[in-house]
Write a protein that binds this ligand. Structure first.
Ligand code: G16
Length: 539
């Protein structure tokens, strides 16, 4: 390794002095102009990680997902398409925070020594970015680090986040018995479009679906995917809206999954046609929220909790029909944001176990992998279903005892291919929801009738220092600052069947407060009172 090369390259991509950087819920995320040096340093780390893992390719995604257009982010993807192993998040933070180029080089070498990595071994990194204009210079900085360390790299250009996760896994499994798919964007479309047709098993999708793409990368990419889905066979009739990626300032603006979920309303424009089935992606197409505007009762949202219970119910039924209920363990993973009514429905009605983890798909994914079939969704619409290798083998190889069993096994195998196994993916989740609705012959209204959500409110609170807030018990309680949780408890106690918690966001410079209560006005009131407490303790 040429030390001089690293020092020279690093000098061109400095970090902004005096700032503290942290690998958060989804990597480093902040105003884009603060990120060039961060991207360079992430390149160093990704190369190290690849070398540690015998040259397996590591993925890097440049995106700030649901955040405004001026933000950006850098996130590392492990070889099977999962999020970076947590221990390495600390190494990333350490490397990115080095104050000088020389200290960066020293830390890089010290990390390699500590982790027993031969920095002269081959390393490989694949990367992509969303449509944010700042992505271009961040990719340049990333590539400079890869060149300086002699790391082989492939630029997959503009992609959705789940596409980059998919490609990373495909690159690493190509030609092996675990091959996940063709390592190309076309391979992605072909795999999921084919599984969609198989999972429908001849059923046709009813009615038009309006897809709001948040004016992000999901717009052009989903339009591309539609070319691979035969409309005459599936009946899949889609109207794509909010797919303007030429005006960066409209990204996630008054539209998209985060807007719909937090504001509990449809995108400002175009106004949804009453009665028509609608869904929204977020800025990098890894979240999905469904809704419709009822001519009589108005806006109704089906969020990640609903998608979770819909998938769990459908797959649970198929597993029973296939005679596999004693062989495969199915479970659901949620976070503190899950509506209490959804947890109750899954545990009591579907009779499935529910596990809670802190926010961040990395935590949910890990917990879901403990089941043979693990369904995980955050309420914000981010999630997927993971199937163990053994479950997928059984679906393919078990000898059916009846035509009904054969039907269930074929559908399970197709569903296993349809749901992106690497990470939550709005495209593949949406196709899955469409499949389930087609199998059940349901409208969104039928789906909404499964249970009644408890009224809830999510509030974003800007505080002087969000790092003062430390959460515990799967983020349902605050351990710091001292006294804050006691005050929250006292307020919550004043309401019947209410619940509230506060935590620091890992992707935004703010805290989040969630409240649930018996009525809408109580939920709003409780959220505002807890927000006041957070403001007071965070100043
Ligand atoms: C990211 C994470 C999600 C998380 C969300 C909000 O989503 O991938 O798991 O729920 O941030 O996190 P926080 O509340 O810590 O800000 P995305 O869609 O922005 O990548």
């Amino acid at each position: 390794m040429d030390h001089k090369k690293i020092l020279e390259a690093s000098a061109k991509y400095p970090i902004v002095a005096g700032r503290s950087y942290k690998y958060g819920t989804a990597g480093f995320r902040m105003k884009a102009d603060l990120l060039t040096g961060v991207s360079f340093r992430v390149g160093l780390l990704a190369g190290l990680r690849s070398r540690k893992l015998n040259g397996n390719a590591i993925g890097v995604m440049i995106t700030a997902s649901h955040n405004p257009a001026a933000d950006n982010g850098v996130k590392i993807v492990d070889p099977m398409g999962e999020m970076l192993e947590q221990e390495w998040e600390a190494y990333a933070t350490q490397l990115v925070n080095c104050p000088t180029d020389q200290e960066l080089l020293d830390t890089y070498r010290a990390l390699a020594a500590q982790l027993r990595i031969d920095i002269n071994n081959p390393g490989r990194v694949v990367y992509g970015r969303d449509t944010r204009p700042s992505g271009h210079s961040l990719v340049t900085a990333l590539a400079a680090a890869l060149d300086a360390t002699g790391t082989e790299h492939t630029d997959y250009k503009i992609l959705t986040t789940p596409q980059l996760h998919y490609l990373t896994r495909c690159v690493n499994t190509e030609g092996t018995p675990k091959a996940y798919g063709e390592p190309s964007e076309t391979g992605y479309y072909e795999k999921f479009a084919d599984a969609f047709v198989r999972a429908l098993k001849g059923r046709r999708i009813q009615g038009q679906l309006t897809v709001d793409c948040a004016n992000g990368v999901g717009g052009p990419k989903f339009s591309e995917m539609l070319k691979f889905i035969p409309k005459d066979v599936t009946g899949f009739d889609v109207k794509v809206v909010n797919d303007d990626v030429l005006r960066p300032e409209v990204l996630n603006l008054d539209c998209g999954a985060d807007y719909v979920k937090t504001k509990q309303r449809a995108p400002q424009s175009p106004k949804p046609v009453p009665g028509v089935r609608c869904c929204s992606f977020d800025g990098d197409a890894d979240r999905l929220i469904y809704y419709w505007v009822d001519p009589e009762t108005g806006f109704f949202m089906l969020d990640g909790d609903r998608i979770s219970s819909l998938c769990a119910s459908f797959i649970g039924d198929l597993i029973r029909s296939a005679g596999l209920e004693d062989d495969l363990r199915i479970g659901v993973v949620q976070t503190a944001y899950a509506n209490g009514a959804s947890t109750n429905y899954i545990e009591k009605h579907l009779q499935l176990p529910v596990v809670f983890t802190p926010t961040g798909v990395k935590h949910l994914h890990h917990a879901a992998c403990q089941f043979d079939v693990g369904v995980y969704f955050e309420a914000n619409g981010h999630g997927t279903v993971v199937f163990s290798q053994e479950a997928m083998r059984i679906f393919r190889e078990k000898q059916p005892q009846s035509p009904a069993q054969k039907d269930a096994l074929d559908t399970l195998a197709a569903v296993g291919d349809l749901i992106n196994q690497t990470v939550g993916d709005a495209f593949s989740d949406m196709l899955m929801v469409e499949v389930v609705l087609a199998h059940k012959g349901w409208t969104l209204k039928d789906w909404a009738m499964t249970y009644t959500d408890l009224p809830n409110r999510l509030v974003r609170v800007e505080v002087g220092n969000k790092d003062l807030f430390h959460a515990t018990d799967a983020e349902r309680r605050l351990s710091h600052p001292p006294g804050a949780q006691d005050e929250i408890d006292q307020v919550v106690q004043k309401y019947t069947t209410a619940r509230s918690f506060a935590r620091a966001s890992g992707t935004e410079n703010a805290c989040r407060v969630y409240a649930e209560a018996a009525t809408r006005s109580e939920a709003d009131e409780l959220a505002n009172k807890v927000a006041q407490i957070v403001k007071q303790f965070g100043s």
